[in-house]
Design a protein around this ligand. Structure first.
Ligand code: UDP
Length: 358
């Protein structure tokens, strides 16, 4: 199959601004290449793919980023900046896809979904968020009526945000296992990984660390400076150890030393890449049962699930985290979330999309 991928219109690949989509795209490219497919990627200037993805052709587009939907009001109108990166990527993608089998869009935005109704090229959409915008959800509903297979989701709970989709296509996510090294360190620090932004709930993890008299290691892009400093000021100095944003190779080395990862989503988390990355290193995860984490973590086996926003329960699980066998965490990823397993699911989904156009 010849597949053209459109990246996120927020940040170049490797910047961390695009969140989990950056890793998802790389895992997908790697899985598709290993299955023998041809892959081209349309991405913002300065983007880098993982070394293992050299065989994929990368096309650069310059332009202005979109504003992330989760940081706008649910009923905000669509805004497209002058010299729009998204429009540029879409134009280039459509042009290259004339000679391809399918255009696979990874951006959560209005324009590529709307375009589905206006061209004969199959455009498949991997939806990376729950419903964060009324205008996008309404459009998905409209396109779905004509092309019922063109949307796939990472988790069932995420797809529940789009109730008009009767039998959602759920494809999970995939991770290149060779990039994550298993570590046996049961006495390490507590960790938290993610974009530092309100929907990620860092404050609850800091609360738990402080209540236990420990510090919390935090990795990720600080997307919202005000939010970050407000949390920092609410706790004794040094409670948060800001570790910055690291590339996967470095991140996994540090993350693997932790005895537990805390995951505290305040929104319907579509999947939660960082959970699987921790598990792949042998690190159990305690998360709120909200969105994807509730489907990834096996309570009592690979970590624990606390009721959403219940910090006290989360704290009580940290105290018994030693009961979780780290090897079981790694094994879960090997059996359920490798890049190949993921790519196979994507290919069978894309075949359904392509068949609609025949
Ligand atoms: N991440 C990273 N380096 C860091 C912190 C985070 O590469 O120092 C990546 C991580 O690998 C993951 C992404 O950031 O792929 C966060 O994705 P997730 O699905 O957890 O949340 P999202 O940002 O998409 O809401």
């Amino acid at each position: 199959m010849r597949i053209v991928l459109i990246s996120t219109p927020i940040g170049y690949l490797g910047s961390g601004k695009g969140g989990g989509v950056e890793l998802t795209l790389n895992s997908l490219v790697s899985g598709l290449l290993s299955l023998g497919h041809s892959v081209e990627v349309i991405a913002p200037k300065n983007s880098k793919l993982y070394r293992s993805n050299e065989k994929a052709k990368l096309h650069f587009v310059e332009g202005e980023d979109q504003v992330s939907w989760q940081h706008q009001n649910y009923n905000s109108p669509v805004s497209i900046p002058n010299n729009s990166l998204l429009a540029g990527m879409l134009e280039k993608g459509l042009d290259i896809a004339k000679k391809a089998d399918v255009l696979l869009n990874l951006s959560y935005d209005w324009l590529p979904i709307w375009m589905t109704l206006n061209v004969d090229i199959p455009i498949a959409h991997l939806i990376s968020m729950g419903s964060e915008s009324s205008i996008i959800s309404n459009l998905i509903s409209k396109v779905y009526k004509k092309y019922p297979y063109n949307f796939a989701f990472h988790s069932k709970t995420q797809a529940n945000d789009y109730p008009f989709i009767k039998k959602p296509i759920i494809i999970g996510n995939g991770f290149e296992l060779e990039n994550y090294i298993f570590q046996e360190s049961m006495r390490g620090p507590m960790g938290w990984v993610g974009r530092v932004a309100p929907e990620k709930g860092l404050e609850d993890a800091v609360y738990v660390a402080n209540a236990l008299g420990e510090k919390l290691n935090v990795w990720g892009v600080i997307e919202d400076e005000k939010y970050a400093s407000k949390i920092e000021q609410s706790y004794p100095p040094g409670t948060i150890d800001w570790m910055g944003f690291l590339a996967t190779d470095e991140l996994q080395k540090e993350l693997g030393k932790c005895r537990v990862l805390l995951n505290t989503p305040k929104w319907n988390e579509a999947y939660g890449n960082v959970i699987v990355e921790a598990l792949a290193c042998g690190v159990p995860v305690i998360a709120y049962k909200r969105g994807g984490p509730g489907e990834i973590i096996q309570h009592g086996k690979t970590g624990y699930l606390a009721d959403p926003d219940n910090k006290e329960t989360m704290l009580s699980y940290v105290e018994i985290i030693g009961k979780i066998k780290r090897q079981t965490c790694r094994e879960w990823v090997e059996r359920n979330a490798s890049a190949e397993i993921f790519a196979n699911k994507v290919v069978s989904w894309l075949n359904k999309v392509i068949n609609e156009y025949k």
